[in-house]
Design a protein around this ligand. Sequence first.
Ligand SMILES: *Cc1c(COP(=O)(O)O)cnc(C)c1O
Length: 226
Amino acid sequence: MSIQENIERVQERIREACRRSGRRPEEVRLIAISKTFPAARVREAYQAGLREFGENRVQEAAAKIAELNDLPISWHLVGHLQTNKTKRARELFHWIHSLDSVRLAEKLHQAARVGERLPVLLQVNLGGEETKSGVGEDEASGVVEEVSRFTSLDLRGLMLIPPFFEDPEAVRPFFRRLRQLRERIRASLPHLALPELSMGMSHDFEVAIEEGATMIRVGTAIFGRR
Ligand SMILES: *Cc1c(COP(=O)(O)O)cnc(C)c1O
């Protein structure tokens, strides 16, 4: 299957999941995760209509973004960001999904130029997995409050990389918990809208949409196996 056919299939799956859950497809943004794939594949996906792409490593992204600088692409960082790469990350990306500490927020803030405001999402680790970044459920509200004080960061919501389960239904409780966590944070910090929930990947994005995802991060189903 071509990238264009893959994208059409993904968009059909998004429409179906929206129909089942009474949502509008425009509420769900498809972020194509292009890590490990060359710029030429990204260009194909762009020509098939996609405008938002995600990468998980700053260095790999830098080369690709340079090669594609003739295209008005919105670039999302979805992988862990080291504090010594915050300046580079601010130059390259339009969104950071993987904000995972107050210290990182502070470094991103210090790397800002006057007037700049960078949309970010707070990554939450709901599985308590040691190998994954993200703040714990209990500390999330406090971190949101602290991060929201950095004027050069625009905190738009939460992001989740759930534990892996073969069966997408097994992931549903994690997606639901992220949404409920967002509701609780909103209730305690009503000045923050936190409209975005970044959750759902190739094998479970339909369930994520049913549970309220506004951004899904899809790699394999678009570009093929890595
Ligand atoms: C690789 C990656 C994805 C995409 O995963 P697929 O299963 O290939 O769709 C989504 N989110 C993050 C953070 C990733 O690193």
